[in-house]
Design a binder for this molecule. Structure first.
Ligand code: ARG
Length: 483
C-alpha cells in the first residue's frame, strides 16, 4: 500500500511482529459497513461515479460471502483487516477499489470500526447481564420463606431471607455492570472524516457519515425520523467527532467497556466465592448441579465448583486488561500511534471472558443447578451456633424502655451465660433469664425466634417478607421493561 515511498520490503520477522490481522479480522463486518457508508459519501460529493459505487457495493457483497463461508484468504503481508479487505476489493473490481481510501486513513477507519464493534459488544453484554439477573430473580421468588444466616466478618451475624440474599446479588450485578454507559460512550462520536488526524479535504459530511457508519441506510433514517421524537439518536453515532485530532487518538470508549467488564467480573467473582463457600460440606447451603461442577480424577467422592472457581480466576485476567489499557494510553503523545493497535486484544479478551462468565453464572443460577438444601440450612439454624437470636433480646429491651447500651450489656451477659452452659437460645427458660438480669422477663421467651427477628426488619430495604416481596415485584417490572 505504501510501496511508492519504500525500496525495500519489511523483514519477515517485522511482518509477523506488526500484523494484527490474526485478531482484528473480528472487525470485518464493521469495516465493510464503514467503508460502504464512506463510499456512498464519496459518490454523493462526486469523487466516485454511480457505477463505481455500485461496483464497490457488489465487491463488498462478494467479500462478505467469502468471509462468511471461510473462503476469504487473510494475508499476514497485508497487516490488518482494513488492508486485507481493501486489497481484495481492488482485486475484484479494479480502479474503483483504489478510490475508496480517498481522504480516509486507517486511523479514522480503525477508530470507527472499533467503536461500532464496542457498542455492539456492550449491548450483547448488557443482554447477557439481564439473562443472569432473570435467573437470580426466579430463584429469589422460589426462596422467600427460607431463612439463613447473613455474615459479617464471615461470622454469623443476622438471619435473613434467602431471597433477600439473592436480591443482594441481583443488585451487585445490576449496579456493577455499566455496559449501557460503555455503549453510549462508544457511540457518542464518529471519527469518520477525521482522516489521519486533521480532517478530510474533500468535504465529506461528517454528520451523514456518523449516522450511516454502521450500515444504517437512508431509508431507515427517513422512517426513524418519522417515528422518533426529535432529539433521539438515529443511526450509528450520536454526533460526528468535534475534533479530528481527538477522534483518532481517543480510546476512552475502550477503557469504559473494559472497566465495565472488570467491574462486572468483580461482582461475579464475589458471588462465585460465596457459592464456593456455600457448597462446601461445612456450609452445605446449596448443591451446584452436575452441569456446572466437575469430579476429581483421584477422589471419587468429590464435586468441585469449577464454574465458580473459573469465574473468580478469570476476574484477575480481566482486571489486568484494564490495567494494560491504562498503561498503554498513559504516555501516548497525540495523536494516533501504532501502540494503539495493542488496544484490541485487551478489549476482545476482556469482553469474551466477561460474556462467557455471565452465561456460565446464569447456568449456575438455573433451576437445575442451584439446589437449595433447606434441611441443611435449618439444621444450621437449629444448632443455635452464632447466637443470632441475641439481637431479639437487645431489640426487645429497647422496646421495654431500657437504653440500648444497657440492653447491649444485658444481652452480652445472656450470651455469655448461654455459652458457658453450652446451651442454645432455644433452650432458655424463664429461670435462666431471671438469673442473668431481672429485666429479662418471661414474655421475652416467645420473641426469641429467628423468624421474629427477620420480620422485625420492616424498613424499605429490610428482610420482612412484605418488604422482600415488594422489592421482588419492583425488580420483576424493571427487568421486563428494560429489555
Ligand atoms: N492496525 C492498525 C491499528 O489497529 C490500524 C491503523 C494503522 N494506522 C497506521 N497509520 N499505521 O491500530
Amino acid at each position: 500500500m505504501w510501496a511508492g515511498r519504500f525500496s525495500g520490503k519489511p523483514d519477515k520477522l517485522m511482518q509477523e511482529f506488526s500484523q494484527s490481522v490474526s485478531f482484528d479480522q473480528r472487525l470485518w463486518k464493521e469495516d465493510i459497513q464503514g467503508s460502504l457508508a464512506y463510499a456512498a459519501e464519496l459518490q454523493r460529493i462526486g469523487i466516485l461515479t454511480e457505477k463505481e459505487l455500485k461496483d464497490i457495493q457488489s465487491g463488498f457483497t462478494t467479500i462478505t460471502k467469502e468471509i462468511e463461508s471461510g473462503k476469504f484468504n487473510w494475508k499476514v503481508e497485508l497487516e490488518d483487516v482494513h488492508m486485507n479487505i481493501e486489497s481484495r476489493l481492488t482485486e475484484l473490481i479494479g480502479d474503483a477499489g483504489k478510490k475508496l481510501h480517498t481522504g480516509r486513513s486507517r486511523n479514522d477507519q480503525v477508530a470507527t470500526d472499533f467503536r461500532v464493534w464496542a457498542a455492539r459488544r456492550a449491548d450483547e453484554l448488557d443482554m447477557a447481564t439481564k439473562d443472569l439477573l432473570a435467573q437470580v430473580l426466579a430463584r429469589a421468588t422460589e426462596q422467600v420463606d427460607v431463612i439463613l444466616p447473613a455474615y459479617t466478618h464471615l461470622q454469623r451475624a443476622m438471619p435473613v431471607r434467602l431471597a433477600h440474599q439473592l436480591l443482594a446479588w441481583f443488585w451487585m450485578v445490576r449496579e456493577g455492570s455499566p455496559f449501557m454507559h460503555a455503549w453510549s460512550q462508544a457511540r457518542m462520536m464518529s471519527p469518520l472524516g477525521s482522516g489521519a488526524c486533521s480532517g478530510n479535504s474533500f468535504g465529506v459530511d461528517m454528520t451523514r457519515l456518523a449516522a450511516r457508519a454502521d450500515g444504517t441506510t437512508d431509508d431507515a433514517i427517513e422512517s426513524a425520523r418519522k417515528r422518533i421524537r426529535v432529539g433521539r439518536s438515529i443511526g450509528a453515532f450520536e454526533f460526528p467527532s468535534h475534533n479530528s485530532l481527538h477522534a483518532v487518538a481517543d480510546r476512552d470508549f475502550a477503557l469504559d467497556l473494559v472497566y465495565a467488564c472488570a467491574k462486572c467480573m468483580t461482582q461475579l467473582s464475589r458471588i462465585a466465592e460465596d457459592l464456593i463457600l456455600w457448597s462446601t460440606s461445612e456450609f452445605g447451603f446449596v448443591t451446584l448441579g452436575d452441569a456446572v461442577t466437575t469430579g476429581s480424577s483421584i477422589m471419587p467422592q468429590k464435586r468441585n465448583p469449577d464454574a465458580c472457581e473459573l469465574v473468580r480466576g478469570k476476574t484477575g485476567r480481566v482486571v489486568g486488561h484494564l490495567m494494560s489499557l491504562f498503561t498503554l494510553l498513559k504516555g501516548l503523545p497525540m495523536t494516533y500511534n501504532r501502540d494503539l493497535q495493542e488496544d484490541k486484544e485487551a478489549v476482545f479478551d476482556a469482553t469474551d471472558q466477561t460474556l462467557a462468565c455471565l452465561r456460565v453464572m446464569a447456568l449456575v443460577f438455573s433451576k437445575e443447578n442451584f439446589k437449595v438444601n433447606r434441611e441443611r440450612i435449618q439444621a444450621h439454624l437449629d444448632s443455635g451456633a452464632g447466637y443470632m437470636e441475641a439481637m431479639n433480646v437487645a431489640d426487645w429491651l429497647v422496646l421495654q424502655g431500657v437504653p440500648f447500651r444497657d440492653g447491649h450489656d444485658i444481652t452480652g451477659r445472656l450470651v455469655k451465660y448461654v455459652e458457658q452452659k453450652k446451651m442454645r437460645f432455644a433452650d432458655l427458660t424463664a429461670q435462666d433469664l431471671a438469673a442473668v438480669d431481672p429485666r429479662l422477663k418471661p414474655e421475652l421467651l416467645k420473641e426469641l425466634s429467628l423468624e421474629a427477628l427477620v420480620e422485625r426488619k420492616q424498613v424499605y430495604a429490610g428482610t420482612a417478607k412484605a418488604r422482600v416481596l415488594e422489592r421482588l415485584a419492583e425488580l420483576k417490572t424493571w427487568l421486563k421493561t428494560s429489555e
